[in-house]
Design a binder for this molecule. Structure first.
Ligand SMILES: Nc1nc2c(c(=O)[nH]1)N[C@H]1C(S)=C(S)[C@@H](COP(=O)(O)O)O[C@H]1N2
Ligand SMILES: [Mo]
Length: 202
């Protein structure tokens, strides 16, 4: 594990070699990128749902979600538009924790992640089980900014950042993969930055 002396207690997402994936440029800023508007979210009516091929299904109000066991992970961001940002400190709830409560059925293989306003992205459930994957409500010790996904976003450090849905509300477990918003619009289904899986061939 790669730890820094000033915060050696925070687990790092595993480093790849080289740390900066091919074709990426390092930035210390944090660009804002999304399709559509920043949603207005009312926490009193907010919930997070896990449904589909899962038993039992899961549903958490904001208050219930805040009571779940929490993790902290430090990881790098790699956006398909070629910027990367190192050492983001995320806090929230791991997907492994969620799937201990809403347990995927044996036939469940893929997750369709649903966010506010119809944004979707798809991932194999196995990718969500890594312990650097979480549903984050804090970044570098502060509540997420609305433009970065407040109140809750997915963080999947080993994939290009479009898989890290902002304003996430629901994870649907399915047997057969289904392309999400960008995956239907020419982006690669797998999105591994070290393999430069930016765009699909079809
Ligand atoms: N709900 C939602 N999540 C989204 C997007 C979006 O359009 N809607 N865009 C994705 C893309 S393309 C990127 S690069 C990252 C950007 O996250 P950031 O604005 O926090 O840097 O969010 C991802 N998550
Ligand atoms: Mo993006």
């Amino acid at each position: 594990m790669n730890s820094k002396p000033e915060s050696a207690d925070i687990p790092d997402s595993p480093r790849q070699e080289p740390r900066l994936p091919p074709g990426q440029v390092l930035t210390s800023k944090w660009p804002v990128l999304h399709y559509g508007q920043i949603p207005q979210v009312d926490l009193d009516h907010w919930d997070f749902v896990v449904d589909g091929l899962v038993e039992p299904a899961g549903r958490w109000s904001w208050r219930e979600f805040q009571a779940l066991p929490r993790v902290e992970v430090r990881s790098d961001i790699h956006c398909v538009t070629r910027w990367s940002r190192y050492d983001n400190r995320w806090q929230g709830v791991s997907l492994a924790e969620i799937f201990r409560r809403a347990v995927p059925k044996p036939e469940a293989r893929f997750a369709i992640v649903h966010a506010e306003q119809g944004y979707t992205t798809n991932l194999p459930i196995s990718e969500l089980m890594h312990d650097d994957v979480l549903l984050a409500d804090k970044h570098d010790g502060e509540a997420l900014a609305p433009e970065h996904g407040w109140p809750l976003r997915l963080v999947v450090p080993r994939r290009y950042f479009w898989k890290s849905a902002k304003w996430v509300r629901r994870i649907e477990l399915v047997a057969a993969d289904r392309p999400g918003f960008w995956e239907q619009n020419g982006y690669h289904n797998a999105a591994d930055p070290w393999r430069e899986e930016r765009f699909s061939d079809w």
